[in-house]
Design a protein around this ligand. Sequence first.
Ligand SMILES: Cc1cc2nc3c(=O)[nH]c(=O)nc-3n(C[C@H](O)[C@H](O)[C@H](O)COP(=O)(O)OP(=O)(O)OC[C@H]3O[C@@H](n4cnc5c(N)ncnc54)[C@H](O)[C@@H]3O)c2cc1C
Ligand code: SF4
Length: 496
Amino acid sequence: MADPKGFMTTPRQDWPRRPVEERVRDWNEVYVPGALLPIIGKQADRCMDCGIPFCHEACPLGNLIPEWNDLVSREDWRAAADRLHATNNFPEFTGRLCPAPCEAGCVLAINQPAVTIKNVECAIADRAWEEGFAPPRPPERLSGKTVAVIGSGPTGLAAAQQLTRAGHTVAVYERDDRLGGLMRYGIPAFKMEKHHLERRLEQMRAEGTKFRTSTAVGRDIGADELRTRYDAVVIATGATAWRELPVSGRGLTGVHQAMEYLPLANRVCEGDLETSPLSAAGKHVVIVGGGDTGADCLGTAVREGAASVTQLDIYALPGAERDEDTEPWPTYPVRLYRLSAAHEEARDLRTAPVADADARLFAASTLRFDGDAEGHVRSLHLVEVDARRRPVDGTGRTLPADLVLLALGFTGPDRQDGLVDQLGLELEPRGTIARDAAFATNVPGVFAAGDAARGQSLIVWAIAEGRAVAAAVDRHLTGSSTLPAPIGPYDRPMAV
Ligand SMILES: Cc1cc2nc3c(=O)[nH]c(=O)nc-3n(C[C@H](O)[C@H](O)[C@H](O)COP(=O)(O)OP(=O)(O)OC[C@H]3O[C@@H](n4cnc5c(N)ncnc54)[C@H](O)[C@@H]3O)c2cc1C
Ligand code: SF4
C-alpha cells in the first residue's frame, strides 16, 4: 500500500465518459480516450490492502487485486501486468465489460465508494499492450496431444490459450465467420471496440492456436469425427437459445429477438453491411426486458437514430442503496438502481417521452402487440404488475412500436447444429450440458464449459471456466496439471 491514507484523502473518480451528444454520433467506446491513465495511480492508492481482501473472493478469477493496486500506485506497470495476467487471460475484456462484483465486495464499500478496481484492471491491460508487456508465450515443447475447442467466445479462447501454452496442439472451431462469440456479434462496439479482440487473437495465433471459422460442428463437420481426430474435445458453445414471449401479435413483422438485431448492427460496424436491415432509424422502438442485453439494444437504437426508445422491465424500480437484508455486503446486489452509459444517453436525450427519466418503465408486463393491415407491428399493450406479477387494475397503456426487441434472456445451448444429439450428451433438467466435478461430460474425452454448461453468465465467469476446464483437460491428457483452476463447475457467485 503506497499511501496508507489514500482512501481518506482521495475520493473515488471513475474513467470519465465522453459527452452524450458526441458519443451517440459514433460507435466508439463511450470513455474519454487517454483520460484514465492520469487519474488511475491515485485511485489505486485508495486500496486499503485489507487483511482479508473480499474482492479476491468476489472475483471468479481470483484476481490479485490489492497486489496490482499497490504496483500501479508505485508505477511498476510491468510487474502489475505480470500479476494481472497470472490470473486473467484477457483483462482488457473484463476491464471494459465486467460488472465488477469485486467492487461490491471491496471492504472500502462498506461505508464509502469502492476502489475503482475494474478501471485499474483496464489501465494495466492497456498499458501492458502499449509497452509490450503482453508478448506471445508459445510453449517451450509440444506434448504431442491434440485438443479441439468448439466455440470461440471467452470460454473457448481462455481454454485454448491455456492448453496451447501448456504444449498441446489446439484447434478452435467457430461457426461464425469471425471469432469472439458474444463479444463479437452480441456486445456493441461502444462497450468494447473490436480491435481489443483482434489483438488477443493475433497473440494466440503467434502462440500456435489454430482457428477454423465458418465451421459449425454437427453441421459442417461431424462431432464424432472431431472425437476421433483429437485426444480431447472442449464444448464451449455458449447458451444462445433465446427465451420467447408467447403473446398475441408475436408473429408480426418488426418483432425480433435482441440477438437477431444486435449482430446486424455489429456487422455494420465491421463494414459487412451499409445499413442494418433491422435498423431502428426513424422508428418507435420498445425493448422488452430490463437486463444488460436490453441496455445494449437501447444504446444501439439511439445510435441508429430511433424516433423513440423505451425499455420495459418486469421488476419494480430498485432502490439507490443495496438492501442489506437480502443482498448484504460483500455480495453483488442485483436489485440496485444502476445507470449504464446507454441509460444515461436515453435520459439526457429524452428518448422515451412516456418513461420517467432514463427510458425505462418498471413493473411493466407486455400483454400483446397490434399491427397494421400489412401485418407490421404498430403498438404494444402493457400493464403494471405487482411484486407477484399480478396485473394492477386500471394501469393498462399502449405504446407506439414499429420495432420491438425481445431481450428476455437465454434458456441454454442452441441445439440446431446437432452437436448435442450426435454425441449423445446428457443435459441438466434446465437444458445445459451436464458435467462432473472434472468438467467431463458423459462422453469420454469430451468436456463442457462456459455458458453451455453453466447457463447464461458473464465474461469473467466464462474466462474462469475456460481456465478451469483447461486444467481438467491437461490432467486428462497427461495425468497431472500445474494449470490453475480458479473455479469448480458448481461454484456460484457469493450469496446469502
Ligand atoms: C447482448 C449481450 C451482451 C452481453 N454483455 C455482457 C457484458 O457487458 N459483460 C459480461 O460480463 N457479460 C456480458 N454478456 C454475457 C457474456 O457475453 C457471456 O456470458 C459470454 O460471452 C459466454 O461466453 P462463452 O464463451 O461461454 O459463450 P459465447 O460467447 O456465446 O460463445 C460461444 C461460441 O460458440 C459458437 N458455437 C456455438 N455452437 C457451435 C457449433 N456447433 N460449432 C462451432 N461453434 C459453435 C458460437 O457461434 C459462439 O461464437 C452479454 C451477453 C449478451 C447476449
Ligand atoms: S474480472 Fe471483474 S470481478 Fe474480477 S477484478 Fe476484474 S472487474 Fe473485478
